[in-house]
Write a protein that binds this ligand. Structure first.
Ligand code: PLP
Length: 418
């Protein structure tokens, strides 16, 4: 995650991508008679065999409900579930496993904070500060909260490259700001936000910060203690893990002070009709039977990604981004949307005279899978005055050849519409 303009000819870091691709069954398949070129990892990443096997093994060998059982299978499932929590803690370098709450995904994590933290802290006339590049899931929960509490949603602007205007951001952190919620990496533009500075500026005014890490965790090392953030949210399915599972990291002190979000089994210490007392962290926030297999699969995904090495992944993706950027910039009629100096391997673009959906549909005929539309970031499209972009989003299993296939496909699209 460095500069989009880096030299594509720099020595490729040591990652045996060809070998690693063999770990992903779906990457071996063909689509419409052509080898699959999967360039939609920001929407969801593909799953390595290790994750698929871990989920299947759980169901085949140790399926049971967790925490409440005295029998062996329940003990095994509980151990697997809780050891995945420790893997998440280590991945994020959180101080304590009590700070790791399993949820359905980034969306649910943000809704949990908006609801449990927000309702208690944000009142009439207060403000919640986000940026102009947020995914809908880091807009709408805050909008709903603000509507309910009579508070105001403030939005820090971005420039024409899609980079955050940090000075404007700082000016917007005011005496009424009760929470800052910012994406670590933008899914629509690829912008990597200066999250350390954002946290420092916000904390200097006593304002806690939630970071939306949906697009970050699979692409770079994340250290929540070094970042200093108060909440960090991500989804397992964007980290080579299963769908339906995600994580909310929250500083223990804040989580302790927050009321439970949902009520039900497992989140209680004792229940009578007169009064219920709540379980300790993190169980206070995990009502009901969780997605046990999903958590176990996420644990396997973390093992896998760490065996590949997040630093090596980041370096390889930088090379892919530089190569892809150069290829697309050389194509007549292509305009990249999102050219921030600090960028992740996301190539959002428009092609003159061709609707993004047509670009995607024609590329699909050649087995090339990209995303088209507003990417759940309609305000970003409005900011750039466009209805949609075509987006190729990369992961470490992508190759330079696949980027060349994309460029060749785009030349074909341009010819069709010439
Ligand atoms: N935030 C960002 C930046 C995203 O890219 C996404 C999904 O694309 C989300 C949040 C929502 O993630 P999920 O749908 O897994 O909850």
């Amino acid at each position: 995650m460095k500069r989009a303009a880096d030299d594509p000819n720099v020595a490729a870091p040591s990652l045996d991508v060809k070998r690693l691709r063999e770990d992903f069954p779906v990457l071996q398949r063909s689509v419409r008679g052509r080898p699959l070129v999967y360039l939609d990892s920001a929407a969801t990443t593909q799953k390595p065999r290790a994750v698929i096997d871990a989920v299947a093994r759980h169901y085949a060998e140790e399926n049971a409900n967790i925490h409440r059982g005295v029998h062996l299978l329940s003990e095994l499932a509980t151990t697997a579930y809780e050891s995945a929590r420790e893997k998440v803690r280590a991945l994020l370098n959180a101080a304590d496993v009590r700070e790791i709450v399993f949820v359905r995904g980034t969306t649910e994590a943000i809704n949990l904070v908006a609801s449990s933290y927000g309702r208690g802290r944000v009142g009439s006339g207060d403000e919640v500060l986000i940026t102009a590049m947020e995914h809908h899931s880091n807009i709408v929960p805050w909008q709903m909260l603000c509507e309910e509490m009579g508070a105001r949603l403030r939005v820090a602007p971005i420039d024409d490259r899609g980079a955050l205007d940090l000075e404007a951001f700082e000016r917007l952190v005011g005496p009424r700001t009760k929470l800052v919620a910012v994406t670590h990496v933008s899914n629509a533009l690829g912008t990597v936000n200066p999250v350390r500075e954002i946290v420092a500026m916000s904390h200097a005014r006593g304002v806690p910060v939630l970071l939306d890490g949906a697009q970050a965790v699979a692409h770079q090392t994340v250290d929540v203690q070094a970042l200093g953030c108060d909440f960090y949210a991500f989804s397992g399915h964007k980290l080579f893990g299963p769908t339906g599972i995600g994580v909310l990291y929250g500083r223990a002190e804040l989580l302790e002070a927050m009321p439970p979000w949902q009520g039900g089994g497992d989140m209680i210490a004792s229940v009578t009709f007169e009064k219920t007392t709540y379980n300790v962290l993190p169980y206070k926030f995990e009502a009901g039977t969780p997605h046990i297999a999903g958590v176990i699969g996420l644990g396997a995904a973390i093992d896998y990604v760490q065996s590949v090495g997040l630093d090596r992944i980041a370096a390889w993706e930088d090379s892919l981004l530089a190569h892809g950027t150069a290829l697309l910039e050389a194509l007549p009629g292509v305009r990249l949307v999102g050219t921030a100096p600090d960028k992740a391997a996301v190539l959002s673009f428009v092609l003159d005279g061709v609707h993004a959906h047509d670009v995607g549909t024609i590329l699909d005929q050649d087995g090339i899978a990209i995303r088209t539309g507003h990417h759940c970031a309609q305000p970003v499209m409005d900011r750039f005055g466009i209805p949609a972009t075509a987006r190729a989003s990369l992961a470490f299993y992508n190759t330079l050849e696949e980027l060349e296939a994309l460029a060749a496909g785009l030349r074909k699209v341009a010819e069709v519409f010439a």
